[in-house]
Design a protein around this ligand. Structure first.
Ligand code: ADP
Length: 449
C-alpha cells in the first residue's frame, strides 16, 4: 500500500462513518416529525368529533331543523369545519358533505380528493337515544408540505456536508501524514555515504516525534558502526602495508646481487620476522572481527585460579628469556566465576604479554587472583616503564601504541582492544593505574551474577 492510499483510506472510513451517522440522524428526524405532526392532526380530528357530540348532547331536545342549524353554526365556527359531515340514523344529511367522505368507515383513513390528501376520522355518535354518523377530515397539504421540505433539505444538506467533511478529512489526513512523507523522503536519500543526515524532529510530543527520534537513534548507531568498520578497515590495511613493504624491500635488496650464504640467512631471518609479525597481526584482526561479530561470549562457570595458573605457565619462557620475575599471587584453591574459558585465557595472555613486553630486565610481573565481595578480582601488575598520562585514555583504542613504543617492532596495538572486547563480553571493564617509570596495574572483576 502506498502512502496515498493510507490517506484515501482514512478519508473513506471517516466519510463512511459520517454518512452512516447522518443517515440515521436524517431518518430519525424525519420519522419523529412525521409522527408528531400526524398525532397533532389526529387529536385535532378527535376534538372536532367530540365538539360535535357535545353540541348534539346539549341541543338534544330541539327539533331536527333547529339541530341542523345548531350543528351548522358549530361547524362554521371551528377551523376546517367545512370538512365535517353528519348524518342521522336514516342516513339523511345534517351537515353537508363538501368532499363526501365515506361515512360508514370507522376510525382513521386517508383519502384522496381533487389532488389533495385528507386524513379522515369516522365515528358513530350516540345522543339522546338517537345514533348519528360523523366524519371529520383534515387537509394534509400543510403537514405534507413540511415533511416534503424537510426531505428536500436533508437530501440536499447531507451530500453537501459529506463533501465538505470528506474534503476536510482528506486535507487533515494529508497534513497529519506530511511528516511521514518527509521522513520517507529523507530515509530514501540516506545511504552508507551520508549516514550523518538526520530527520527533522517535530516537537509535537506525538507518535511522529517518537518515530523520528527512534529513526535518528537507529541512524546514530548505524553511523557509529559504519564509522568503526571504515576506521578498522583503513587501519588494518595501513598496518598490513608496512610489513608487506618491508618483506618486499628486503627480498629485492637481497636479490640485487650475489650474496654469501650468511647474508642470505640474515635477509631471510628478517623476512621471517616480518612474516611472523604479519601472522600475529592478522590473527589479532581475526580475533577482533570475531569478537565484534559475536558481541556476546557464552559464559559458563570457569575456575579462574586454574586459568591464571595456565596463563603463568604459558608466558613463563618469554619472561625468563627477558630476565623478568613472574609472581603468582593466589592459592591453588579454585575460585569459580561465570566466564568464557578461551576468552579469559586470551585476556590474561594479552595483559601478561604486555607487562613482560613493557618491563625491562630485572623487573617483576605479578598476577593476582582474589575473591572480593563483588566477585573475583584479577590483577596484572608490573614494575615496567608505565604509561604516559597523555597515552592512558587511548591505550584501549585499536592500533593505538604509545609513542615511546611505536618505534619498536613487536606489537600491533590491537592487544588491549581485544582485551576490552572480551572483558565487556564478561560485563566488566578493565581498570588501569599507571605511573610513568614505575609500572602499571591492569585489573578487572568477574562478577558472580
Ligand atoms: P601493543 O602492545 O601491541 O602495542 P596493546 O593494545 O596491547 O598494543 O597496547 C597498547 C599500548 O598500551 C602499548 O603500545 C603500550 O604503549 C601501552 N601498554 C599496554 N600495556 C602496557 C604495560 N603493561 N606497560 C606499559 N605500557 C603498556
Amino acid at each position: 500500500m502506498n502512502r496515498v492510499s493510507i490517506r484515501l483510506r482514512l478519508t473513506l472510513w471517516f466519510s463512511g462513518v459520517l454518512l452512516a451517522g447522518l443517515a440515521v440522524f436524517a431518518v430519525a428526524t424525519f420519522l419523529a416529525l412525521d409522527h408528531r405532526l400526524m398525532e397533532g392532526v389526529d387529536s385535532d380530528l378527535r376534538a372536532r368529533i367530540a365538539g360535535l357530540q357535545t353540541t348534539l348532547d346539549i341541543e338534544g331536545d330541539l327539533s331536527r331543523e333547529q339541530m341542523v342549524i345548531e350543528v351548522t353554526e358549530f361547524a362554521s365556527e371551528i377551523p376546517e369545519g367545512k370538512l365535517m359531515q353528519l348524518r342521522d340514523a336514516a342516513g339523511a344529511e345534517m351537515l353537508p358533505a363538501s368532499k363526501g367522505f365515506r361515512l360508514s368507515a370507522e376510525g382513521f383513513t386517508t383519502e384522496l380528493r381533487d389532488g389533495h390528501t385528507y386524513r379522515v376520522l369516522g365515528a358513530p355518535i350516540a345522543s339522546h337515544g338517537k345514533s348519528y354518523m360523523a366524519t371529520a377530515a383534515s387537509d394534509m397539504e400543510r403537514v405534507n408540505g413540511i415533511l416534503h421540505d424537510l426531505r428536500i433539505f436533508l437530501l440536499l444538506a447531507i451530500p453537501v456536508v459529506m463533501l465538505v467533511a470528506a474534503a476536510g478529512g482528506f486535507w487533515i489526513s494529508r497534513r497529519a501524514l506530511a511528516p511521514v512523507d518527509e521522513i520517507t523522503l529523507v530515509a530514501r536519500s540516506i545511504s552508507v555515504r551520508n549516514l550523518s543526515q538526520r530527520l527533522r524532529v517535530p516537537q509535537t510530543g506525538d507518535e511522529l516525534q517518537r518515530m523520528s527520534e527512534t529513526w535518528n537513534d537507529v541512524l546514530e548507531r548505524l553511523e557509529e558502526a559504519v564509522k568503526r568498520i571504515h576506521q578498522f578497515t583503513a587501519d588494518a590495511s595501513h598496518e598490513l602495508r608496512s610489513p608487506v613493504a618491508l618483506i618486499r624491500a628486503t627480498a629485492e635488496l637481497a636479490l640485487r646481487r650475489e650474496r654469501t650464504s650468511q647474508e642470505y640467512q640474515q635477509w631471510l631471518r628478517q623476512i621471517e620476522d616480518e612474516a611472523m609479525r604479519m601472522t600475529e597481526l592478522t590473527e589479532a584482526l581475526l580475533a577482533l572481527a570475531r569478537a565484534d561479530a559475536n558481541g556476546m561470549l557464552e559464559l559458563e562457570p570457569v575456575d579462574v585460579t586454574a586459568a591464571a595458573t595456565a596463563a603463568i605457565a604459558e608466558v613463563q619462557p618469554s619472561a625468563a628469556e627477558k630476565g623478568i620475575r613472574l609472581q603468582a599471587h593466589f592459592t591453588t584453591q579454585p575460585l569459580v566465576a561465570p566466564g568464557n574459558a578461551p576468552g579469559l585465557r586470551r585476556l590474561l595472555l594479552i595483559l601478561l604479554d604486555n607487562a613482560i613486553k613493557y618491563t625491562p630486565a630485572g623487573g617483576h610481573v605479578t598476577l593476582s587472583v582474589e575473591a572480593i565481595a563483588a566477585g573475583i578480582r584479577v590483577e596484572v601488575a608490573d614494575t615496567g616503564e608505565g604509561i604516559p598520562e597523555a597515552a592512558l585514555p587511548h591505550i584501549f583504542e585499536r592500533f593505538y601504541r604509545a609513542d615511546t613504543v611505536r618505534a619498536r617492532g613487536s606489537g600491533t596495538g590491537l592487544g588491549l582492544s581485544i582485551a576490552r572486547t572480551i572483558s565487556r563480553a564478561h560485563s566488566t571493564e578493565i581498570a588501569v593505574e599507571s605511573e610513568a617509570g614505575k609500572g602499571s596495574r591492569f585489573s578487572f572483576v568477574l562478577c558472580h551474577h
